[in-house]
Design a protein around this ligand. Structure first.
Ligand SMILES: Cc1cc2nc3c(=O)[nH]c(=O)nc-3n(C[C@H](O)[C@H](O)[C@H](O)COP(=O)(O)OP(=O)(O)OC[C@H]3O[C@@H](n4cnc5c(N)ncnc54)[C@H](O)[C@@H]3O)c2cc1C
Length: 336
């Protein structure tokens, strides 16, 4: 199933009384429950603390399981949400076909990814001046060591989106051959917003993530010997952040929430064994996906020589033929 992030967010927030702009700084566990402390000086008491604070700060995870390590892949990625005018979308479709996800692999471990939404953005009626636009997410990944090449001394300001976008374009120009696809990639990155956008056609997304270089990292929850169960429960990226390459992170976070809600039905004050049951299932399921995503990321990010490129391209061609064959057979069976 494919969904827009902002729609998913609205659905998940329905009926949930969220208190925004409160940052948790620590917790203290007692026999009866947990005291949670916030940056604004307030505190709350609860029986069970569900920690879903993602990968970036990891305040609670670091307190609960300090030995759990974040693995840095040595790969940098830059992402941007953009709105593509129809004439550029047509160009992209001519190269890749009219597909949802488009990935291109370079020879130096660099790759590009574009996820498009095929329904045009809603425009004002009778707005004939504006050609239809489509939402898309661009991601550019490359080995982080390319930023440390002594001779080229890369200077990028991650607080300035134009500097990051120029850096991405410079890498694309350097690492890719001069061809129509490369020109298209450069044109697409030109559409990335350089300041916080406010035009609903040019930027129809509800949230704006600053365009920055980010390290690709993950957490394998089964990389530690024992996972101590307590009234503090981890969920989502806080427990098992993974490479975005297979799109499994939010899927697992939602499954965690579902499994934990089911488990919470068994809650009683003196018995928290249901948490252990939830964690057992969560650890097994998500660790497998963390490792699968890590392997695919390394496979597609390894620099290749000319021989390696021939092998890789032929394997991809065979996979492509197989996918088309299965899809053809599927259609045939489905129609009959
Ligand atoms: C480029 C990219 C593409 C992706 N594509 C996909 C995809 O196609 N499909 C998919 O399934 N997954 C995808 N993912 C992964 C997905 O985004 C994450 O797995 C998912 O957002 C994890 O959800 P979460 O709620 O655990 O953490 P987050 O979404 O990180 O949310 C954590 C929240 O906690 C808040 N927080 C942090 N610290 C504190 C604190 N101390 N106090 C209070 N609040 C705090 C943060 O502000 C944030 O709002 C992608 C990720 C990336 C980077």
């Amino acid at each position: 199933m494919i969904t827009y992030r902002d729609r998913l967010r609205d659905v998940l927030l329905e009926g949930v009384p969220v208190k925004w702009n409160k940052k948790c700084i620590k917790y203290v566990e007692t026999q009866e429950g947990i005291w949670v402390f916030f940056e604004d000086g307030t505190q709350e008491f609860c029986n069970i603390l569900v920690c879903a604070d993602g990968l970036i700060l990891q305040v609670i995870r670091k307190q609960k399981l300090p030995e759990l390590q974040i693995v840095n892949y040595g790969i940098t990625h830059v992402g941007a949400d953009i709105s593509i005018p129809k004439h550029l979308m047509d160009k992209a479709n001519k190269i890749h076909g009219n597909v949802l996800a488009r990935k291109t692999l370079g020879t130096k471990g660099d790759s590009t990814f574009m996820m498009t939404r095929l329904i045009p953005i809603k425009q004002e009626q009778n707005d004939e001046k504006n050609e239809p636009h489509y939402r898309a997410t661009l991601v550019y990944s490359y080995p982080s060591e390319l930023d440390n090449v002594e001779s080229e001394k890369v200077k990028v300001d991650d607080n300035d989106p134009s500097s990051v976008i120029e850096h991405v374009k410079r890498l694309i120009r350097t690492l890719r051959p001069d061809c129509t696809l490369t020109n298209l990639l450069l044109e697409l990155w030109d559409l990335a917003p350089k300041t916080i956008p406010n035009d609903p056609i040019k930027f129809p997304f509800k949230t704006y993530n600053p365009i920055q270089r980010r390290m690709m990292r993950d957490i394998d929850p089964m990389s530690i010997k024992s996972w101590s169960s307590s009234r503090v429960v981890l969920l989502g990226d806080a427990a098992h952040s993974m490479s975005p390459i297979l799109g499994l992170g939010a899927n697992n976070a939602i499954q965690d929430a579902d499994k934990l809600s089911q488990a919470l039905l068994k809650y009683s004050d003196d018995n928290i064994s249901f948490i252990e049951e939830y964690e057992k299932e969560m650890l097994k399921r998500t660790s497998a996906d963390v490792l699968k995503s890590r392997n695919v990321t390394f496979m597609t990010s390894t620099p290749l020589g000319p021989f390696g490129v021939i092998i890789r391209d032929n394997i991809l061609k065979v996979i492509n033929v197989m996918i088309n064959f299965y899809s053809f057979a599927d259609n045939l069976i489905f129609k009959n």
